[in-house]
Design a protein around this ligand. Sequence first.
Ligand code: 13P
Ligand code: SF4
Length: 357
Amino acid sequence: SDPDLVERARAARAALGDRAFVLGHHYQRDEVIAFADVTGDSFKLAREAAARPDAEFVIFCGVHFMAESADILTSNSQQVVLPDLAAGCSMADMAAIDQVEDAWDVLVDAGVAEDTVPVTYMNSTAAIKAFTGRHGGTVCTSSNAHVALRWAFDKVGGLDGTGKVLFMPDQHLGRNTAVLQLGLSLDDCVVFDPRKPNGGLTAQQLKDARMILWRGHCSVHGRFSARNVTDIRAAVPDVTVLVHPECKHEVVTAADMVGSTEYIIKALDAAEPGTSWAVGTELNLVRRLANAHPDKQVHYLDSTVCFCSTMNRIDLPHLVWAMESLAAGRVPNRIVVDADDAHWARVALDQMLALPG
Ligand code: 13P
Ligand code: SF4
């Protein structure tokens, strides 16, 4: 990074002192992570934001839905800042609130809504989290999706019954968790496509389903293929393949281990020196892991897959601009969720924080 910019960042950070708290998601650039007070996956960061009532400003180096969650979980006097407002998430954008309201009407018409609990991945807008809270559901992250799903099924008669979960917006996390961790079958899962009339499903298909998966995915993880796993196994003897659960089902079943970004970091920390790993998640994190573990071989699962472009929008110039503005008494790019959505989204987030484990 430009040394002048690093110096400006240090000066602005020092000027803000305890008034500011800087959160950095694991997919952020190294130049940004260098200034994070805490790093984490989206679950850990949501908890950390809630645990800093004294910080006047929470500077969120991540994407828009994470900053919204931080705003919901912090007190009204705290101000959450996203250094670049263009840092969205293509997956979160795949579920618009109007589409979800319409989908619920389809479930009502099919007679299944009262047996259905909505579960939304953290990677969703505050409006979707609020919808989930209003309908008695919960938020989940990739580290607690299995616990959230068990809780949701328990509300509608348990895993052996006929109750359903509407899982938004990541079909892959929903399917992978339901099949690999809860023991449901692929036939128990249907995909609701919001672009098609009635989601592209008949009332009978909705009645028979246990997992109604929203047709959304992550543009980064969705690009890994089962072929990548075959190729790396052929190229690297004794490689352990470790992937994020946002990958497609065929990739996750071909891999050796699956888990959230925090899980991936811990797995590499616990690995024996001399072992070989192929990691299927965002490139900033994999590069950092490779640098942090010179005694292990850390490969990228597919060398053609690149960064999360929206995570990468937060760079040192944007962070410096945000910190210097705050130090000068201006609050740039504040993220505020409207009061009604914030109330109901908080219900769904609190439900997640209350899940066991
Ligand atoms: P986690 O940090 O929860 O593993 O999620 C990864 C991700 O894609 C965040 O956008
Ligand atoms: Fe969204 Fe995927 Fe980027 Fe995460 S990695 S912020 S899910 S697009």
